[in-house]
Design a protein around this ligand. Structure first.
Ligand SMILES: Nc1ncnc2c1ncn2[C@@H]1O[C@H](COP(=O)(O)OP(=O)(O)OP(=O)(O)O)[C@@H](O)[C@H]1O
Ligand SMILES: [Mg+2]
Length: 637
């Protein structure tokens, strides 16, 4: 996936503060509003307490100046200790609460994101690399929950209260001196307004590059075997270096800007402190000034001016962070709010709600109130494209009755997988309609249709876990006996028992510990257990040994009996048994019929048959006529 493509996929940022984004984001914290109010109050208390510290200092100094050796310093010390204790306890409670809110909101965002990912259509995944999605669900979710709890509630509220409290204290102690110090605020705002957008822009660029790099890592790891066999390491490294080089450059520029911005803020803040010292000092010395600040007030002022820098610094940092977080929020919310392209119509949803309200479906009825059983399927004048202007299916027509097995054959890229993807409503036709029992399938619920399907893909995916768990994935409530019956039916039982822990053998991530043929057998068992009405199989072209091949064939025969089946067939044995063979080329049916009829036709199928399957036929003949030991040694197909 190219960098440009990833950039195109990202939501376009406005760069401006977007209230609606923050409102949506805070909606995730709304269920925890009591804790949020607690955190808010904590921040207020902390800000207030910090602002009051200089007043305690002032009383101590004035007490000492007024009473000398008789000063009741222990009372002041006690007040100071009480203040500090209260401060410490509040900070402790505050950190616990902020941590809790941050983890909980992050957890909610991830769960919501994960749930949504499962609802999204295939087309969504066509356009987004896995690394991009992983980065959204990990880094961005964390960043957001942190910014809500720590950034907004803690830093913004605490720092704002501190600034407001300190300013109030200064103005009430001596308004003229207070104003002298507060004169630095516009300087701070100006510095922020110049640097923040630039830092933000670079941060966004870095984030995008990071997504691309994560995607590249994923691709590199997933395709490491291919890379090695094609000796592409050098080339891949150069591509990767170009990506990281750009990220490096932007990161350095970002660091330079940040290194200028923060000291500048600090310097402007210190100017305020210097002004307080200079002007306050002159006021104390000028006896004519009325009212002139006492020594305690002067010390309090120096403290105030000093302590004002940090919350303003902190606010500036959070403001920059908030902009970053807004970018992350736009992406996470963009992901969560992406509407699945294929979804239930309002009518289908209403029908399902009505069935639920009546206590569930009646006998023979599906969850959406329509008939449960599938009698026949029809593609009527179906057009389809993945990309606008690049038609894949054009005026495709097909009618399949109950119990029929349809084999789809034809050259690569002809549209075979597309046909079964449309049947499963993983994509919807862009023209024409697909009818099930004579009704457009878009009028029925996705849940009913997709739970009526059993699909074994070209590269069946197994999830990490045991063989038993993988078979049960098709019907979670199935008993161990049912799992084993399904495995026996598809002739997977024998190979499973040969594994060191039988059904409890771990298959590894994606089923890496099993061969492709074994994975297919497990996937068959999974499909059989779910007892689907329509069986779809994208047959593996990869070679399996003759023995496994025979297992697969017997398993397949068991699965096909009595169901509508669509088999994208590469194996001669499957094709021969099909009720109808469709030769698909360029998104059209160019020939159809039974094996013998098509052979007699001497057309496309005949060519395919004679070219593609000669080898298979030879090995089949060899396997049939050779003694058992020799059969095993015959070239695998
Ligand atoms: N997700 C996708 N996005 C865009 N184009 C796609 C997508 N999937 C398939 N295509 C295109 O649609 C056409 C039909 O592809 P399809 O996968 O249906 O072919 P196929 O007959 O199953 O081929 P094969 O025998 O190689 O599996 C091809 O030109 C392919 O490039
Ligand atoms: Mg295919």
């Amino acid at each position: 996936m190219s960098q440009a493509a990833i950039e195109l996929q990202d939501v376009e940022y406005t760069g401006k503060f977007s209230l609606s984004i923050w409102r949506k984001l805070f909606a995730y914290a709304w269920p925890y509003r009591r804790q949020v109010v607690g955190l808010f109050s904590g921040a207020l208390t902390l800000g207030g307490l910090e602002a009051l510290f200089p007043l305690v200092t002032r009383s101590v100094v004035n007490e000492a100046v007024a009473h000398g050796a008789q000063a009741r310093l222990w009372v002041c010390a006690l007040i100071y200790v009480a203040f500090t204790l209260l401060f410490g306890i509040t900070v402790m409670a505050f950190i616990r609460l902020a941590g809790w809110i941050s983890s909980t909101v992050s957890h909610d965002l991830r769960r919501r994101g994960f749930e949504h990912l499962q609802e999204l259509s295939f087309s969504f995944y066509d356009r987004r690399p896995a690394g991009w999605l992983v980065a959204r669900l990990t880094g961005d979710c964390d960043r957001l929950s942190n910014i809500i709890a720590w950034g907004v509630l803690m830093d913004v509220v605490w720092s704002s209260c501190n600034v407001i409290g300190t300013s109030t204290v200064m103005l009430s102690l001596n308004w003229r001196l207070g104003l002298w110090v507060l004169v630095i605020v516009p300087g701070l705002v100006l510095a922020g307004a110049y640097f923040q957008p630039r830092i933000l822009k670079l941060s966004r660029a870095i984030r995008k590059q990071n997504s691309a790099i994560t995607g590249a890592y994923n691709e590199c790891i997933a395709g490491v075997r291919t890379t090695k066999t094609l000796v592409r390491e050098e080339h891949n490294l150069r591509e990767f270096q170009a990506k990281t080089g750009q990220m490096y450059g932007d990161s350095v520029r970002n660091a330079v800007l940040s290194s200028l911005f923060f000291p500048l803020m600090l310097t402007v803040g210190s100017i305020g402190q210097a002004l307080a010292l200079w002007h306050g000092g002159r006021m104390v010395l000028a006896t004519g000034e009325n009212p002139h600040p006492d020594v305690g007030t002067m010390v309090a002022f120096i403290n105030c001016a000093g302590s004002l820098i940090w919350p303003i610094w902190e606010l500036a940092r959070v403001m920059a962070d908030l902009q970053n977080a807004q970018a992350a929020a736009e992406r996470v919310l963009g992901l969560i709010e992406t509407e699945p392209q294929v979804k239930d119509t309002p009518e289908a949803l209403a029908a399902m709600a009505a069935v639920r309200a009546h206590g569930g479906p009646a006998a023979g009825e599906a969850l959406d109130g329509g008939p449960r059983d599938i009698q026949h399927v029809e593609f009527r004048h179906v057009n389809f494209h993945y990309v606008e202007g690049q038609s894949v299916l054009e005026d495709f027509n097909l009618t399949v009755g109950g119990g029929q097995t349809i084999a789809l054959v034809g050259p690569t890229g002809g549209g075979k997988s597309t046909i079964v993807n449309l049947l499963g409503r993983f994509y919807e036709p862009t023209g024409g309609e697909i009818l099930i029992n004579g009704r457009d399938y878009r009028q029925r619920s996705l849940l009913w249709l997709q739970s009526s399907l059993g699909i074994v893909l070209q590269q069946p995916h197994l999830f990490s876990g045991t063989i038993r768990q993988n078979i049960r994935y098709g019907r979670l409530e199935a008993t161990d006996e049912e799992v084993e019956t399904a495995a026996r039916l598809v002739c997977a039982h024998e190979f499973i028992l040969k594994q060191d822990k039988g059904y409890d053998t771990e298959v590894g991530e994606g089923g890496v510990k099993l061969s492709t043929g074994q994975k297919q057998l497990v996937a068959f068992a999974r499909a059989v257990l779910a007892d689907p009405q329509i069986f779809i199989m994208d047959e593996a072209t990869s070679s399996v040994d003759t023995e496994t091949e025979q297992h697969i064939q017997r398993g397949l025969a068991a699965v096909l009996t009595g169901r509508i089946s669509f088999i994208i067939a590469h194996r001669l044995s499957t094709i021969r048994k099909a009720d109808r063979i469709l030769v698909i080329e360029g998104g059209r049916i160019v020939e159809q019929g039974r094996h013998r009829e098509l052979i007699a036709l001497h057309g496309q199928y005949y060519d395919l048959y004679t070219n593609q399957f000669t080898e298979e036929r030879t090995s089949e003949v060899l396997a049939r006529h050779a003694p058992p030991a020799a059969a095993k040694a015959a070239p695998a197909q």
